[in-house]
Ligand binder design. Structure first.
Ligand SMILES: [Zn+2]
Length: 210
């Protein structure tokens, strides 16, 4: 796990609910699972086109409802579809705006902790725009004290974070903690995904405090 960075999402500031934050009325759920027809893997009995990503991986479901009816923010929860969209379109995880440099990047990544962002590391934490990065650092004492940032040139899709299920019983194997799985991993058909994971290449560390 040393080259993997999990859900080190940026903290909310008093005035800002991050784009990827899940709200009270948006709780995710996993419908009853069945064996996929015609090939090994999981499926939903009432599966629709929207239940899989473009790599064919099954995803948890979460309501998509108008902002006014989403309810109070749950700052420790991430909306799976907004997180996925942020990764797909490299949207800022805080304000949700598209990247100023365009989809091709480069993109800014900001993470808590002191370990520098490494070449080739994988993350489920979407990028952040510069104003939101600076605001997050100013607003959060923990982040102000300890953070790392990098400009990243390439962010190819790597895999998902999700829950692995038993191929016979179809029950979850892990006890609720998300794990990382590469799209190429043989167990991926047995995963219910909840986050999109990208790999970071062309990493140049930046000092935002300066
Ligand atoms: Zn932003």
């Amino acid at each position: 796990m040393s080259s993997r960075r999990f859900l080190v999402l940026l903290p909310a500031t008093p005035a800002v609910v991050p784009y990827v934050t899940q709200r009270a009325a948006e709780k995710s759920w996993t419908p009853p699972l069945i064996h996929r027809r015609g090939r090994p893997g999981l499926a939903y009995a009432d599966e629709s086109y929207y239940d899989r990503d473009s790599f064919g991986v099954l995803w948890v479901r979460a309501p998509i409802i108008p902002e006014a009816r989403r309810g109070e923010p749950r700052f420790d929860s991430i909306h799976p579809y907004r997180q996925r969209r942020a990764m797909l379109d490299m949207l800022c995880q805080v304000c949700g705006k598209p990247p100023a440099a365009g989809l091709e990047g480069p993109h800014l990544f900001l993470m808590g902790g002191e370990r520098p962002i490494r070449e080739g590391e994988v993350t489920a934490s979407p990028p952040v725009c510069e104003p939101c990065a600076l605001e997050s650092i100013q607003a959060c004492p923990r982040l102000r004290k300890q953070h790392v940032a990098a400009i990243v040139k390439y962010t190819p899709a790597w895999g998902v974070a999700g829950i692995r299920h038993h191929p016979v019983t179809l029950l979850p194997i892990t006890d609720g903690d998300l794990e990382f799985f590469a799209y190429s991993a043989p167990v991926t058909p047995w995963i219910v995904a909840a986050r999109s994971v990208v790999q970071l290449w062309g990493v140049t560390a930046v000092d935002l405090a300066a």
